[in-house]
Design a binder for this molecule. Structure first.
Ligand code: COI
Length: 355
């Protein structure tokens, strides 16, 4: 039996935005989950308290050496009024995998799930209901020991905050324009690209800003060694359909094991599609486009769910995908995943947890 979760309620409640006003990650709910770790005690004092600033020593290890991990998942309100978390156990497994790589002590998965369900339950009224909106859940672990030596910290803070969100990209389901970068890389073999840690996102900013200035929504990353194989697209996993085959680079190594990626692969395999998790060179993609066999390209991620790619720019060449329109499989995947998330399609995989 895990420790009971202490609850102290906020005395003042914030106004809730209208569904149509929602963007991504700007508004936060009234409460958050918090738990501490000390070497001698393990994780202790799980609690839900009013949302508010953290108190951190300026010497806290996270602020200097980025010893931190996070994850991101969503709760959806269905037509039936029920609130469902999408694959929370899978996200909690992943935060523990990320934590191990960053020398952070693991969470008890049972307590962590109970914490998510209890917190989202308390904040149920914050879950928006329009399709395309959801409550984004951000579990985070930071090293909060005040110590400037470089070694794993002896104390940590785990917290979970919630944010009602709309579309991640203002384009929504309109295909995005992507710049293939070969001057910068996101991750290298043996590094931390395969786990969810803030440093990966910090490292991505410079190239992403460059791409935005040139009129692109995001970048397509290539591998760090040869700058030849495709890696991720922006903050998402990438999938391509070429001549009837769906291809996505293998997770692990430099590529995050996306939960939406995993869900999309499972569905496409059930639909009898030919699906390969293998490396694919950007030159192979360009050659397919010239031959007319590059059928569809899309990104998968929790924030955007499925994001169609309409154009890739590589070394001055414009690779237009499906005439810049969303492809049939991209749309089918989006509808299938969203159907399960909002409870309008049967959850045959047991992916949702009703709050
Ligand atoms: C995703 O869900 O696709 C992400 O990587 C989240 C992002 C806001 C960091």
């Amino acid at each position: 039996m895990s420790e009971p979760i202490r609850i102290s309620r906020a005395s003042v409640k914030k106004p809730k935005p209208k569904d149509r006003e929602l963007s991504f990650g700007t508004v936060f709910t009234d409460h958050m989950f918090v738990m501490d770790f000390q070497e001698e005690k393990g994780w202790y004092d799980p609690r839900i308290e009013p949302y508010g600033p953290l108190s951190l020593d300026p010497a806290a290890a996270v602020l200097h050496y980025a010893q931190a991990v996070f994850d991101g998942l969503k709760a959806f309100r269905g037509n039936d009024g029920k609130v469902r978390l999408f694959r929370p156990q899978k996200h909690l497994d992943r935060i523990n995998i990320s934590a191990k790589r960053l020398c952070i002590p693991p969470l008890d998965p049972e307590l962590a799930l109970k914490a998510l369900v209890t917190l989202v339950g308390i904040e149920k009224d914050w879950v928006p209901s329009t399709v395309g909106t959801s409550l984004y859940v951000r579990p985070t672990i930071i090293a909060n020991e005040a110590f400037l030596g470089v070694r794993p910290a002896k104390s940590y803070l785990y917290y979970v905050i919630l944010s009602p969100v709309g579309a991640y990209y203002p384009e929504g389901m309109n295909p995005v324009k992507i710049l293939v970068v070969d001057q910068f890389v996101r991750a290298v073999e043996g590094g931390v690209g395969g786990v969810k840690t803030g440093a990966n996102y910090a490292a991505s900013l410079y190239a992403s800003e460059d791409a935005k200035h040139e009129g692109f929504t995001q970048v397509l990353w290539l591998d760090g060694r040869e700058r030849k194989y495709i890696d991720e697209v922006g903050t998402m996993n990438i999938m391509l359909k070429i001549d009837g085959e769906v291809i996505t680079p293998p997770a692990g190594g430099t590529i995050l094991a996306g939960v939406t990626r995993d869900s999309a692969l499972a569905l496409m395999r059930e639909w009898g599609l030919r699906v390969s998790e293998r490396q694919i060179a950007i030159d192979e993609v360009a050659a397919a486009a010239r031959r007319g066999t590059l059928e569809e390209v899309w990104g998968t991620g929790t924030a955007a769910v499925i994001s169609p790619v309409g154009e890739l720019a590589y070394k001055g060449e414009r690779i237009v995908v499906n005439g810049g329109k969303i492809g049939a499989l991209t749309k089918k995947l989006y509808d299938a995943i969203v159907g399960i998330q909002y409870g309008t399609a049967p959850d045959t995989h047991g992916w949702t947890v009703v709050v």
